[in-house]
Design a binder for this molecule. Structure first.
Ligand SMILES: NC(=O)C1=CN([C@@H]2O[C@H](COP(=O)(O)OP(=O)(O)OC[C@H]3O[C@@H](n4cnc5c(N)ncnc54)[C@H](O)[C@@H]3O)[C@@H](O)[C@H]2O)C=CC1
Ligand SMILES: O=C([O-])CC(=O)C(=O)O
Length: 321
């Protein structure tokens, strides 16, 4: 009796391509496979590296109880037919740098990645992770020619998860009792919204004094830099990979979750032709709806200030097209 794998797969498994097999990309590949969400193609320009990472993750399949296939490559032809493409390729910042300092070096990488990936996966949804996030997402969308609901950026889920963590630590309550919301750009001008943060339905403004909330807001704004300063040669990747994986899972399972994502605005919050973090319903069609929360004048002004900074970055990034 012989049992060998079929030469061509009998059905097409769900496939996610992760471009950039560095810290964020390889951790994301691990999360996707171990949550049994999809097969993964890991692509990196470093020949051999992504193949090694994929093989290492495959060898843990039995131990982690999944049968997902992971493949490493440096050839875009191997990504053909992907359902979702995640772009994590690019340089992370070093201590003392802002995310915007990465614009020129990462812009070219993101352009190359989206152009090549789309040629092999024209039906895919695209999630951008590379920094500076909002500007890179706009650039990827512009180069793609796709409807904006199919190109989105990951940042708000991460920023909100950080705020959630800091609130739960401050109050000594379970993180799962805390809901937190952060909008705006993924930078120093992000807009944490304490009025929309609750502990089992109780607004945090009832539980913490203003000075404490201000301190947690400030820590959230600088949370990425806090880790960069500690790690010295790169940035956070475990929580970023978890946040990106949540977007992948929400799309693949068509869960229609309301999550903060970098989405293209067409007049919402009095902003247009810009990508920025807003609450959006995510499903198998990508960004299905953008929710317009009532914001105080102060928060709306902060969101506009955040968008102005993204727009300046977009002007510079468009020169790379
Ligand atoms: N949006 C967010 O919330 C977050 C964004 N980031 C950003 O994600 C990016 C990746 O971060 P890490 O994984 O920590 O960096 P890393 O340096 O560990 O990995 C980057 C990988 O990209 C690869 N790469 C470079 N050029 C490429 C190209 N043209 N094609 C394919 N692969 C290429 C490199 O070989 C490397 O393996 C950075 O820009 C970082 O700032 C990181 C964390 C959170
Ligand atoms: O801070 C960085 O450079 C990486 C990042 O975006 C984050 O961790 O929020």
């Amino acid at each position: 009796m012989s049992l060998t794998p079929p030469a061509t797969p009998i059905c097409k498994p769900v496939q996610v391509t992760v471009i950039g097999a560095g810290h964020v990309g390889s951790t994301l590949a691990q999360r996707i496979a171990e949550k049994n969400l999809a097969d993964v193609v890991l692509l990196d320009i470093l020949d051999g590296w992504s193949q090694g990472v994929a093989l290492d993750l495959m060898e843990a399949r039995g131990l982690e109880s999944h049968d997902r296939r992971l493949r490493g490559t440096s050839d875009y032809a191997d990504t053909v037919g992907s359902d979702i493409v995640v772009i994590t390729a690019g340089f992370p910042r070093k201590p003392g740098m802002s995310r915007d300092d990465l614009l020129r070096m990462n812009g070219g990488i993101v352009l190359q990645a989206i152009r090549q990936a789309i040629a092999y996966s024209p039906q895919a949804l695209f999630i951008v992770v590379t920094n500076p996030l909002d500007v890179m997402t706009y650039l990827a969308w512009k180069a793609s020619g796709l409807p904006p609901e199919r190109v989105m950026g990951m940042a708000g889920i991460l920023d909100s998860a950080r705020f959630q963590t800091f609130i739960s630590l401050e109050l000594g309550v379970s993180t799962s009792d805390v809901d937190a919301m952060v909008l705006g750009s993924h930078g120093d001008l992000m807009v944490p919204l304490p009025h929309y943060c609750t502990v089992n339905g109780i607004p945090i403004t009832e539980l913490l004094d203003a000075a404490t909330i201000d301190r947690l807001v400030e820590r959230t704004r600088t949370a990425g830099a806090e880790i960069v300063e500690l790690m010295k040669t790169g940035g956070a990747y475990y929580a970023p990979a978890s946040a990106t994986c949540l977007m992948v899972e929400t799309i693949l399972r068509n869960r229609s979750r309301l999550l903060p994502v970098a989405a293209y605005l067409t007049g919402q919050y009095y902003l247009e032709d810009v990508y920025i973090g807003v609450p959006a319903r995510l499903g198998c069609g990508g960004v299905e709806t953008i929710l317009e929360l009532p914001l105080s004048d102060r928060d709306l002004k902060a969101l506009h200030k955040s968008a102005e900074a993204v727009r300046r970055g977009i002007q510079e990034a468009l020169t790379l097209l």
